[in-house]
Design a protein around this ligand. Structure first.
Ligand code: NIG
Ligand code: FE
Length: 416
């Protein structure tokens, strides 16, 4: 996907060299841009970034390949910080039921919903799961995603949770993307534990999490804290187990109701609380104190035809960093377009184009607890960036369906 005029013959696949003639938004913030930008890239890292006029002489010699960005906009590689990308099958049949009047909660209570995806995921072998997830990942990457979080949670037994997390890791090895894995064993109650939720939480805390952590498969731990998910007390047990292993926690909180999830998450200094349609002021205050990032998921809001909006004004008043993500999953957000989520966050949530851009760059990095590694173009950081064929950065949230991504450089390498 190399556009005319970018790199030309200069660039094989390593994009080491000097990038000039670029308009750069180093933190994804349209209020802080470099209009005559230049960037020096070496060994996969940014060696220097600033105004072309200030480019140090050492970079201004023939040893450095020159890349003309053609006055395109450059942002950090996009970050999709909340996905359930790996799963078997799909739930188009359930979509039809919902269109006929059934609610997401009713379907879940009648044994459909998440549990039906669990059956399909258990039945699929690792290569099959990889193939199914890969085509969704390819669609995300084509729009400039260079970092993604992928959750487990459709296995609900040790073997299948392991299979999902292994597939997530393999995706990161096969594609030009950094994958962070999240263990979401407490996503739903598996059918074999019907009526024994506390016993299932014991399995999650005492067996599944320690084993998967020991295998290096877990970067963070998530819980679906909800009436149709797990209670605050059960969620707390999972957070205690995660904290003992030194793992960061996050939560699916206040999506369908407010049972106190976000306040629990804040008590455990969760890196993010996600969904948040039913969030109240006391919850926002708690997030402010704990430094928890709000992750908003407009795809799920839209797809389950939710009408309760997340409290944007409260989040702004308390200056909570807001991230945006696809929540890519078969039940509530079968989308593979992060750019569409920018558009929906503006139209549905009334966010500004500046807010949503930071929501998929610097604030999404914060939501992953990886602000030191991603979401910012600065000297010493990884060279993960995207060249956009747009006149203004607002266009990234404006179009739906058009992909203005012209080229993607990840770890200093031009993506195919
Ligand atoms: O983020 N809320 C729980 N988990 C997913 C939905 C999972 C599913 O329905 O398969 C979500 O919305
Ligand atoms: Fe989710």
């Amino acid at each position: 996907r190399q556009a005319d005029g970018i790199c030309g013959d200069m660039c094989n696949d390593m994009c080491d060299g000097i990038w000039t003639n670029a308009r750069i938004a180093p933190a994804g913030n349209p209020a802080q841009v470099i209009l005559d930008g230049a960037m020096a890239v070496r060994d996969g890292l940014i060696a220097w970034i600033g105004s072309a006029a200030d480019l140090p002489a050492e970079y201004n010699n023939a040893d450095w390949p020159q890349h003309d960005a053609g006055n395109r906009w450059i942002t950090p590689g996009l970050i999709d910080c909340h996905t359930h990308l790996v799963y078997g099958g799909n739930r188009a049949d359930e979509f039809s039921l919902r269109l006929a009047g059934a609610s997401y909660e009713e379907i879940a209570r009648n044994g459909g919903g998440i549990v039906s995806t669990v059956q399909a995921t258990r039945a699929a072998d690792e290569d099959d799961l990889f193939g199914q997830a890969a085509r969704r990942l390819e669609a995300l990457l084509a729009e400039g995603v260079t970092t993604i979080e992928i959750k487990s949670g459709y296995g609900l037994d040790l073997a299948t949770e392991r299979k999902m997390l292994r597939v997530a890791r393999r995706l990161g090895e096969h594609y030009p993307v950094t994958v962070y894995t999240t263990f979401l064993g407490a996503h739903a109650l598996p059918p074999e534990y019907q009526g024994r939720a506390d016993d299932y939480i014991t399995l999650v805390c005492d067996e599944m999490l320690p084993a998967l952590h020991a295998e290096g498969l877990v970067d963070a731990v998530d819980v679906f804290c909800e009436n149709i998910g797990f209670s605050v007390a059960q969620s707390e047990r999972v957070f205690v187990a995660a904290s003992k292993l030194g793992l960061p926690v996050k939560m699916h909180a206040d999506q369908l109701s407010n049972i106190g999830g976000t306040r629990l998450a804040a008590r455990f200094k969760a890196i993010s609380a996600d969904h948040l349609e039913h969030l109240g002021e006391a919850d926002v205050q708690a997030m402010r104190e704990s430094g928890t990032v709000a992750v908003l998921l407009p795809g799920a809001y839209y797809f389950i035809r939710e009408t309760k909006l997340p409290p944007l004004e409260l989040l702004r008043r308390y200056q909570i960093p807001i991230a945006i993500s696809t929540d890519s999953n078969p039940g509530t957000s079968p989308t593979t377009s992060l750019l569409l989520m920018l558009n929906m966050s503006c139209t549905l949530f009334r966010m500004t184009t500046a807010e949503v851009l930071m929501g998929v760059t610097s604030h999404a990095a914060l939501a992953l607890g990886k602000a030191g590694q991603h979401g910012l173009l600065a000297a010493g950081r990884g060279a993960d960036f995207v060249l956009w064929n747009v006149e203004s950065l607002a266009e990234l949230a404006y179009w739906s369906g058009l992909n203005p991504c012209d080229a993607i450089v990840r770890a200093g390498r031009l993506s195919p």
